[in-house]
Design a protein around this ligand. Structure first.
Ligand code: PLP
Length: 389
């Protein structure tokens, strides 16, 4: 089947945009200080339901690693979402938000004993593995859990390859499945991840076709498979726009229909960024400025060690929004973070107007892999997070 992707063109593109305007930002900054991460619960709900609509019949397990903030987890819990956890810390955050263990999937393919035992003790029963030693660990500690086998597929259009470190190569998957079967483990399905910030949904189609072949081979050998986990990868807009959720999801659902339609199985996904990125905007303040070798430098109160850690670990390229966009003359400048580390530079080639100390900047799409990886380096606290309607 050929899926027509003409409609992935720019007219259905999603652009990054702040969840609040400058007036509201000033009011909230006055009350809570800066740097401030503002989570819009209504934006999150809208994103969740547009993903649900774009992927009919797919249960969404929000990948808490993207952002385990309580505003996000509790909002998704209230919408009846499921949650993907990887550690005891994420388990605690999910429990606090109201998720019950039966709505959790533990997706870490290489767990410490404590991680596995703590989550099992709390009642989590679905786990992931991708190699024989991990299967031996599960057999030794928690032999009655249900397992998904994670498969590796090289990322094609994705910014971040998640199959370099994890996932069984497809060629060895049947052998691993049989080894787990000999141990008496209960393997119920396969999972994969096309890589994070995937920009071409056709990548899912190619993977789904390979997984279907493996699925048939496994079923012929008597394995009772019932769950297909298509991972995350759904993109968020940053400085570049991405296809609308409907357009992206349409291609993925067509692939699911082509490869798995008619099978009585449960299909799930583990979206992180695709759910949480857009609902959060950073409000950051200019705390100083200078001119260095003829170029204006603006120092802001959040940087690479804080919310902009997404630039380092997640390779995200965040747009900076200033007040009066399009009305003020702009010039090339450098924007630097607040720490003493000279590598704490947010961008070196930014077009901004002449900014005053105290002026606010808004940074949209800051809800995934930003606060989750921030640190209080240099004794500077990480940004506060608040939820708004
Ligand atoms: C196992 C697993 N599932 C889901 C996700 C979420 O991926 P994304 O944010 O691309 O949706 C990740 C990201 O690292 C992951 O490792």
């Amino acid at each position: 089947m050929i899926v027509n992707t003409d409609f992935l063109s720019s007219d259905c593109a999603r652009k990054a945009s702040p969840v609040l305007g400058f007036e509201r930002a000033r009011e909230l900054a006055g009350k809570h200080g800066t740097p401030l991460l503002v989570v819009s619960r209504s934006k999150l709900v809208e994103t969740y339901w547009s993903m649900k609509q774009a992927l009919p019949g797919v249960d969404l397990y929000y990948a808490a690693k993207a952002n385990p903030d309580l505003n996000i987890l509790s909002t998704l819990c209230a919408e009846n979402a499921f949650v993907d956890i990887c550690s005891s810390g994420e388990l605690q955050a999910a429990l606090l938000a109201g998720f019950t263990p039966d709505r959790m999937l533990h997706t870490h393919p290489c767990k410490t004993d404590d991680n596995l035992l703590n989550c099992y003790a709390a009642g989590v029963r679905w786990f992931v593995f991708d190699n024989e030693l991990e299967a031996v660990k599960v057999k030794r500690l928690t032999p009655d859990v249900k397992l998904l086998m994670r498969l590796a597929f090289p990322a094609k259009s994705s910014l971040i390859n998640l199959s370099a470190k994890f996932g069984a190569p497809i060629e060895s998957a049947l052998g691993l499945l049989e080894a787990a079967g000999r141990m008496g483990l209960d393997v119920r399905g396969f999972s994969f991840h096309v890589g994070s910030q995937c920009t071409d949904p056709q990548d899912y189609l190619q993977v789904l076709r390979s997984v279907r072949e493996l699925w048939d081979a496994a079923t012929e050998r008597g394995f009772g498979l019932e769950v297909l986990d298509i991972g995350g990868g759904f993109p968020a807009p940053y400085t570049h726009s991405v296809p609308s959720m409907a357009a992206f999801g349409h291609v993925v659902s067509e692939g699911l229909r082509e490869c798995f339609g008619g099978l009585p199985i449960r299909i799930i996904a583990e979206p992180g960024r695709g759910l949480s990125a857009e609902c959060t905007t950073l409000v950051t303040r200019v705390i100083g400025k200078s001119e260095r070798w003829g170029i204006p430098w603006y120092y802001v109160d959040d940087g690479l060690y804080g919310s902009f850690s997404g630039k380092v670990f997640d390779h995200a390229d965040f747009p900076l929004v200033y007040e009066g966009q399009g009305e003020r003359e702009v010039a090339r400048c450098v924007v630097a973070g607040p720490t003493c580390d000279s590598s704490d530079v947010v961008c070196t080639d930014q077009l901004l107007p002449h900014l005053e100390v105290g002026e606010l900047l808004l940074v949209p799409s800051m809800g995934a892999y930003c606060s989750a990886s921030a640190s209080p380096f240099n004794g500077l606290p990480v940004a506060n997070t608040i939820g708004i309607e």
